[in-house]
Write a protein that binds this ligand. Structure first.
Ligand SMILES: [Zn+2]
Length: 184
């Protein structure tokens, strides 16, 4: 079983997440951990494919760095990021920053830290549909963590192309699994 560990860092202005934001993120991480360890998640990642608008050929993850779907699944579940601390553990180091709501989070190849936009986070905390909002934040965190595994996408916007890259596609998979599991 893969464990998801959460650590909070400080923003560049020295501020930390509020108590409410921290407890919400702990909740997100619990739900994320449960969803990652499901058979559904294994299947969705190892059998992932998509078609382009033209042609009948099916493709696997874009920008997969030569890894197979099974290898990508194993990399995620082993939490084997470039800052590896512990095997079978996904270590998340999350720090706050503040921007307009449309921005969610960012990280850079050279840093382990995931910067999460508190405007977006507060919007999710206050959202009337709890599962919908929790699954969105879980998607965001896993997406950013997949950058720590070394996978990227083309621009910083969702697009038909980006939707099929590892961070976007796997983020969407986890979001859908959480929604499916919790709305039955
Ligand atoms: Zn990204």
């Amino acid at each position: 079983m893969t464990e998801v560990k959460l650590q909070f860092g400080l923003g560049k202005d020295g501020k930390e997440f509020s108590v409410t934001q921290k407890s919400y993120l702990k909740n997100v991480v619990e739900i994320l951990e449960l969803a990652l360890n499901t058979e559904d998640f294994r299947k969705e990642v190892t059998k992932y494919s998509f078609k382009t608008k033209i042609g009948i050929r099916r493709y696997y993850f874009r920008m997969n760095k030569g890894y197979s779907r099974k290898e990508i699944f194993e990399l995620i579940m082993a939490g084997r990021d470039i800052f590896e601390i512990e095997e079978d553990t996904i270590d998340l180091l999350i720090s706050p920053y503040k921007k307009e709501k449309k921005y969610h989070a960012y990280t850079k190849p050279s840093i382990k830290e995931i910067y999460l936009n508190t405007t977006y986070l507060d919007y999710c905390v206050d959202h009337s549909n709890r599962i919908k909002a929790l699954s969105r934040v879980a998607n965001t965190l896993l997406h950013e963590y997949i950058h720590n595994l070394g996978f990227g996408h083309k621009t910083n916007k969702p697009s038909d192309y980006n939707d099929t890259t590892v961070p976007y596609a796997v983020g969407t998979i986890i979001k859908m699994i959480i929604r499916k599991k919790n709305t039955k």
